[in-house]
Design a protein around this ligand. Structure first.
Ligand code: IMP
Ligand code: MG
Length: 178
């Protein structure tokens, strides 16, 4: 194997079937007729969000927000900053925050607080992966794809210094500064 090719941790097929399961569950849970807005966190969530949204059998719209936390480093500073807010009006709607990965949990916790200021009908969270052992704050992931260990993962939206986001599977790399 090429040394630059990440080792497969979660296959394309496993991701596809898990994302469809989550989509089915979400379609059942949000069947009350109130508008559902999926709020994707740029850039890592875009591929997960695209597949999840298209798996739903209920009406939904999508919005994006952007935050900055790590820069190009792989160490969480815990300091999260909003770089771009939603553009549409989400007041009175169900908000489902869609994240790529929950590591320490600081980002998701911050985003939940931020979304509250828009006065939605409800706020829930979806994340493709979570590093359970690394949680520093208590934050609920309502729709979780996979729990993983403490390793740096790339692919299916996830990057290391912007590389490997478009890999079809989730792979593991060893960042040089790990
Ligand atoms: P948290 O605030 O520590 O939970 O960090 C969450 C953010 O860190 C995610 O939205 C990712 O952008 C990034 N991140 C954390 N771990 C990984 C990883 O293994 N691969 C790629 N991005 C990661
Ligand atoms: Mg992210």
């Amino acid at each position: 194997m090429n040394e630059n090719t990440p080792e497969v941790l979660i296959s394309e097929e496993d991701i596809r079937s898990r994302v469809l399961q989550l989509a089915e569950q979400i379609s059942v849970d949000y069947a009350d007729g109130i508008d559902l807005v999926m709020v994707g966190v740029l850039k890592g969530s875009v591929i997960f969000l695209a597949d999840l949204a298209r798996g739903l059998s209920i009406p939904r719209t999508i919005e994006f927000i952007a935050v900055s936390s790590y820069g190009d480093s792989n160490v969480s500073s815990g300091a999260v900053r909003l770089v771009m807010d939603v553009r549409g009006n989400i007041e009175g709607k169900h908000v489902l925050i869609v994240e790529d990965i929950v590591d320490t949990g600081h980002t998701l916790k911050y985003l939940i607080g931020m979304m509250k200021s828009h006065r939605p009908a409800s706020i829930k969270t979806a994340a493709l992966v979570r590093k359970a052992d690394k949680a520093e704050v208590d934050v609920t992931v309502d729709y979780l794809g996979f729990d993983i260990g403490d390793e740096w993962v790339v692919g299916y939206g996830l990057d290391y210094a912007e590389q490997n986001r478009t890999l079809p599977y989730i792979g593991v790399i060893k960042p040089p500064d790990a």
